[in-house]
Design a protein around this ligand. Structure first.
Ligand code: SF4
Ligand SMILES: [Zn+2]
Length: 122
């Protein structure tokens, strides 16, 4: 066990909507009994990519004792494809382009890697 940054999910706030499952490229989050859970702590790199997508503000990052991040195992996880999400700018689906979660004007949205630069640079 080591002390490092890792995702924490507030079950009181979590509605089990499942929006945070796709943003976690490492497949560390699953919905279990209607609540999001970090199922394999060794798969969570603590980058907090999932934080921005949660509409309830249920996800945060904390420093605690946990297992070391296993980069090899995380990379071996099958990429999660979700047909229900699309880029809010161009409408591309998850199948066509790589989609990233982001916060934009107080909303949790998906944006494809092609539209992202125009959002950053205006
Ligand atoms: S996005 Fe937030 S509310 Fe939805 S399942 Fe994940 S933690 Fe729960
Ligand atoms: Zn796009």
């Amino acid at each position: 066990m080591i002390k490092r940054m890792i995702v924490k999910i507030d079950e009181e706030k979590c509605t089990g909507c499942g929006k945070c499952v796709s943003p976690c490229a490492e497949g560390a989050i699953r919905i279990i009994d209607g609540k999001a859970k970090v199922v394999s702590e060794e798969l969570c790199d603590g980058m907090g990519f999932c934080i921005g997508i949660c509409p309830e503000g249920a996800i945060s990052i904390e420093e605690r004792q946990t297992v070391e991040f296993d980069a090899e195992k995380a990379a071996a996880q099958a990429p999660h494809k979700d047909a229900s999400i699309q880029c809010f700018k161009c409408g591309s689906g998850d199948e066509d382009r790589y989609l990233l979660p982001m916060r934009h004007e107080m909303e949790s949205l998906w944006v494809c890697t092609q539209c992202l630069p125009s959002l950053i640079h205006g």
